[in-house]
Design a binder for this molecule. Sequence first.
Ligand code: FE2
Length: 99
Amino acid sequence: MSSEGLHAPRERLSSETIAMHQAITSLMEELEAVDWYRQRADDCEDPALKEILLHNMREEMEHAAMLLEWIRRNNDDFAHELKDNLFKEGEISGQHGHE
Ligand SMILES: [Fe+2]
């Protein structure tokens, strides 16, 4: 694996940290792809190609969601925050302080 993006010597990182780094990096790439496909679709003049680009964008969203689910299952702190913050009614911020 490339050490690109690591901020400490690889030998000092746990295997859990390395796996989380791989998941987070992959999630960032999927979200970037969502953004790029959406922008490209906005800019596309061909209606059929535009639909393909939007379809691809949705697939990237699925990829991002799968990675987020892996992160949830493998990190209790993330799981706690996701449980507290996702699929809630009302104001997104200000419901609770940091715990
Ligand atoms: Fe993807």
